[in-house]
Design a protein around this ligand. Structure first.
Ligand code: IPE
Ligand code: IPE
Ligand code: MG
Length: 233
């Protein structure tokens, strides 16, 4: 079945992914872990373009977690440089594809320079009306919820689902419909705990650098056949 021909109401509005397995992909090939991150960045582009082409509204990708600072210093430094290079190279591609870019997470822990690069891409793509590509950067769901509760308190808002949602980094976005984790691990690793409340989950053994649009296509085809009951019957 061609995804383009599928009934719109069955299509997911929001797909979230945990891009995992870069290091193992590289190690199995006798390469350094960093080679896996490099390759993984190319897959981000392919998947983003694909989602944009088939009319997905939100694609949220886990790029760096609040826990990833625990990695060896050299790997963290490499990832910071890779992010900077990625954003600089990516801007024209976002614009060509009418993709709006939005970061979630606590950017304040990144260098001022990287923060500026990220904000710049966000601002320059803010007029785009196609897919919104969300990158989770220094993101942790517990951290996000705590920051949201602080905002609620500051604004003296009543504690309600709606008000809390309006204070999350993902404010204004629909909840996750499809949540995919690559690399065979079956856990959420502090990712979108609130937003995944009713997501359909998919876990594939494929390492992220080997993931592609054809596998995503199979997952979406499976998703549209699932019956989502949201607590009803
Ligand atoms: C995911 O791949 C990328 C990041 C967390 C930045 P990993 O680096 O976690 O790869 P594995 O899980 O060690 O194979
Ligand atoms: C989750 O992957 C974070 C990202 C993909 C950015 P990890 O590789 O850091 O997760 P754990 O440590 O295996 O749970
Ligand atoms: Mg991992």
């Amino acid at each position: 079945m061609s995804l383009k021909k599928m009934n719109n109401q069955n299509m997911p509005a929001h797909i979230a992914m945990i891009m995992d397995g870069n290091g193992r992909w590289a190690k199995e090939k006798g390469l350094k872990r960093t080679a896996g991150h490099e390759e993984g960045a190319k897959v981000v582009r392919e998947i983003t373009k694909y989602c944009s082409n088939i009319g997905i509204k939100y694609l949220t990708l886990y790029a760096f977690s609040t826990e990833n600072w625990q990695r060896p210093k050299l790997e963290v430094e490499f990832l910071m440089k890779l992010l900077d290079r990625y954003f600089k190279k990516e801007l024209p591609i976002y614009l060509e594809n009418n993709v709006r870019f939005k970061p979630i997470g606590d950017l304040s822990r990144f260098s001022k320079y990287l923060q500026k690069t990220i904000r710049d891409v966000e601002e320059k793509t803010s007029h785009c009306t196609g897919l919104t590509q969300v990158l989770a950067l220094n993101y942790g769901s517990k951290d996000e919820i705590i920051r949201a509760i602080k905002k609620l308190n500051e604004q003296e808002l009543e504690v309600s689902e709606e008000n809390l949602e309006s204070c999350l980094d993902t404010a204004g976005m629909p909840d996750v419909d499809i949540m995919i984790r690559t690399s065979g691990e079956v856990r959420l690793s502090n990712y979108l705990l609130w937003q995944n409340a009713y997501a359909e989950m998919f876990f594939t053994p494929t390492y992220w650098p080997d993931f592609n649009s054809s596998e995503l296509d199979d997952i979406i085809s499976d998703f549209v056949k699932r019956e989502r009951r949201f607590g009803g019957i």
